[in-house]
Design a protein around this ligand. Structure first.
Ligand code: TXA
Ligand code: MG
Length: 330
């Protein structure tokens, strides 16, 4: 195997997230090891954000380019204020949406103690307080900020179960905490508050509509002259092995279908329903696991029916478009 783990003996298998397991995970984090843990969005690959070594191990384990900064996780606003400069806007956002699926990009404090590599050398940092009880317990027990990208190999589909993490990164983590499937299922919204106008760098679990209610106009990739400052938003990402075909209305030979709504067109080799009732929250929670389930060699392609472009639909469509984008080596 291609193990570069600090624990090369055997691949980590998921462990139920008991109090004892969380304490063990916290100890491993303090020792500089990597631990996978559940959040309400996706499973994260955690490492001590104050340790350059631990953060470097995260990049190595994922095969992640070092220009793509990580999200730093904290229990809440008080801890976050020690790491970054919060203006009134940022405090309002944190009070309204934390703990929850929103990451705020803010000017990093000089004395934050965060590893420079966590920010990929930028003078900003993305901060998030996750809502999952296990993530909260782990952050409290670790007693330090935890850098955690999604626990998948770089460019691949994000994990929403502990088994997904074990399959992709089992050899590269010391421990995988298992608390069942993630409830939100798409990653956090990344909101840049370093400029005059808030900029949406990544649509996610908190919707643009929810943010606009509070902030008014928000810069998006479509609204700005340039794409907003998003170092890690590679066009091809979240990619399954099979090619993806979007807004499908009929079947092509050998295709599997991800359906949305009560009815699927006939003729597909297999069909999974993201949501039969057309519920975007249910579709988001199912998205990554169903993409993985249909990613099998017997299918020529994965077709996906159209998803409405509002609410959580924006995050779903963003992931689908990136999953469908042409990639190198194919
Ligand atoms: O829901 C989530 O956010 C999950 C869970 C584990 O919390 N984490 C996650 O991390 O999705 P990751 O590394 O897969 O995505 C982080 C995103 C990337 O698009 C990255 O470019 C952006 O946040 N980001 C991080 N720091 C940034 C910064 N200082 N400026 C701009 N973008 C930043
Ligand atoms: Mg990711």
């Amino acid at each position: 195997m291609t193990g570069i783990s600090s624990n090369p003996a055997a691949p980590a298998r998921p462990v139920p997230a008991s109090t004892t397991a969380i304490e063990r995970a916290a100890r491993l984090l303090r020792e500089g090891e990597l631990v996978a843990f559940p959040t309400e969005t996706v499973y994260g690959l955690g490492g001590d954000a104050t340790s350059e070594g631990a953060v470097a191990r995260i990049f190595a384990a994922k095969g992640r380019p070092r220009f793509n900064p990580l999200i730093v996780h904290v229990p809440g606003l008080a801890d976050a204020e020690a790491l970054a400069l919060f203006d009134e806007r940022a405090r309002i956002a944190a009070r309204r949406f934390w703990p929850g699926p929103l990451s705020l990009v803010l000017p990093r404090r000089r004395e934050s103690g965060l590893a420079l590599l966590a920010s990929a050398g930028l003078d900003t940092v993305a901060l998030r307080a996750p809502a999952h009880a296990v993530a909260q317990a782990l952050l409290h027990a670790a007693g330090r900020p935890i850098a955690a990208p999604s626990a998948n190999r770089s460019g691949r589909v994000s994990p929403t179960t502990a088994a997904h993490v074990a399959a992709e990164l089992g050899e590269r983590v010391a421990l995988i905490l298992d608390a069942g499937p993630c409830s939100v299922g798409v990653e956090s919204t990344v909101l840049d508050l370093t400029g005059a106008v808030p900029a949406l760098l990544r649509p996610g679990g908190v919707t643009l509509e929810q943010l606009s209610e509070i902030f008014g106009p928000i810069e998006t990739a479509a609204s700005g002259e340039d794409a907003p400052r998003a170092p890690g938003r590679l066009p091809s990402h979240y990619a399954p092995g099979r090619p993806l075909r979007l807004a499908a209305v009929d079947a092509r030979p050998g295709e599997a279908l991800l359906a949305f709504g009560p009815e699927a067109p006939a003729g597909f080799a297999d069909v999974l329903f993201l949501s039969r009732s057309g519920d975007l929250g249910e579709a988001a929670a199912n998205l990554f696991a169903m993409l993985r389930r249909l990613d099998r060699p017997e299918f020529t392609e994965i077709a996906v029916m159209a998803i409405p472009e509002f609410g959580l639909g924006r995050a779903i469509n963003d992931r689908l478009r990136r999953a469908a984008a042409p990639r190198r080596g194919r």
